[in-house]
Write a protein that binds this ligand. Structure first.
Ligand SMILES: [Zn+2]
Length: 346
């Protein structure tokens, strides 16, 4: 089975954008508020909206996408804490509908109703709802709800601990994922995302989070930002800061995906990062769309790159495509087992 652990609902029906526009307009003029949270989207519209993802799964050979709301759409820095809660519930609910209609193709991951200045613990009720009621297997955690200004505390700060306690208790990993950037210095997908991935990893080196939460797991997407390329720097900093060796210190809790969009990047990732810490993902349909003129294939057709790495054993290939995802997302593993998908052994 090929599990793509990173997909966003970037093809949502226009009714969602209309709701969001009205919701935000309603903050300045209450007459423009949406009158209902029922978007009037039919099941047929929902199915139609993910046709592109289904076609890509079939053409590229992936089976199940771990699917979450559009990352830039979370926009935690816009509106108020109350609008963030309402928008988050609605965004998670539509992911749940997709996963219910197409359970073989999608399994849910949710967004949190974060907001600049709001304590992370305020997101706990929605975290519990998405896992207990919506059957989600993970959660996207935004390390910078300010949208590129980093006004909050590092992810190792004690203010995050109540959220992590609940994540550990529910056995859901967090994908470190910022949203859109409102800082003109940082292009969202080209700079802000990669900055955040790198920043989060460095914060984890500086803190000692997994001493307090030994079972907590984070997935750092987009290939781990700049980290694998600078692996020597981080190993060195770790020792300079009197921490244990990097692999021993962080790599029972931190994982990277394969969204780097070219073969040399995947070759480096698989050479540098331990095999237990790489999870297959494409982030389709999303960050970089279109065909790479150098290869003739879509940039985000990431399975193709892994298939081309000749040095991977069958056992390691299985880890990247399925086994590691089942280790990192225990609720996904149990659901697949319940559905009769046994793990392969080597
Ligand atoms: Zn993403």
């Amino acid at each position: 089975m090929i599990i793509d652990i990173h997909g966003h609902y970037t093809t949502e029906p226009a009714a969602m954008h209309t709701f969001r526009d009205k919701q935000l307009a309603g903050l300045v003029d209450s007459a423009r508020k949406p009158t209902t949270t029922d978007l009037g989207i039919s099941d047929e519209q929902v199915l139609k909206s993910v046709e592109k993802q289904l076609a890509f799964q079939k053409a590229r050979g992936s089976d199940l996408t771990v699917f979450s709301p559009r990352a830039s759409g979370m926009a935690h820095h816009i509106g108020t804490e109350a609008t963030s809660i309402e928008w988050t519930r609605l965004s998670n609910d539509i992911i749940h509908r997709i996963c219910t209609l197409l359970p073989d193709n999608f399994i849910g991951v949710g967004q949190l109703p974060q907001h600049p200045g709001a304590a992370p613990k305020e997101s706990i009720p929605e975290l519990v709802r998405m896992v207990k009621e919506l059957g989600f297997v993970g959660v996207n955690v935004n390390p910078d709800p300010s949208g590129g200004y980093w006004t909050g505390a590092p992810i190792t700060d004690k203010s995050w601990y109540p959220l992590y306690e609940k994540m550990a208790e529910l056995e859901v990993p967090g994908m470190i994922h910022v949203s859109s950037s409102c800082n003109p210095n940082f292009h969202a997908t080209g700079a802000h995302y990669i900055n955040a991935d790198t920043t989060a990893f460095m914060q984890l080196i500086q803190g000692n989070l997994f001493n307090d939460f030994p079972t907590l797991k984070f997935v750092i997407p987009h290939g781990g930002g700049a980290v694998p390329y600078h692996w020597g720097r981080y190993r060195g900093l770790c020792l300079n800061m009197k921490k244990p060796p990097l692999v021993e210190y962080l790599m029972k809790n931190v994982y990277f995906d394969t969204c780097v969009y070219h073969l040399p990047g995947i070759e480096l990732l698989t050479k540098v990062i331990p095999m237990d810490n790489i999870l297959f993902a494409s982030e389709m349909v999303g960050a970089v769309q279109g065909i790479d003129p150098e290869t003739g294939f879509d940039y985000d057709d990431t399975k193709r790159y892994i298939d081309q790495v000749g040095t991977l054993s069958e056992a390691n290939r299985y880890k990247i495509f399925e086994g590691n995802a089942r280790d990192v997302y225990p609720l996904l593993d149990r659901e697949l087992t319940r559905r009769g998908h046994a793990r392969q052994t080597f």
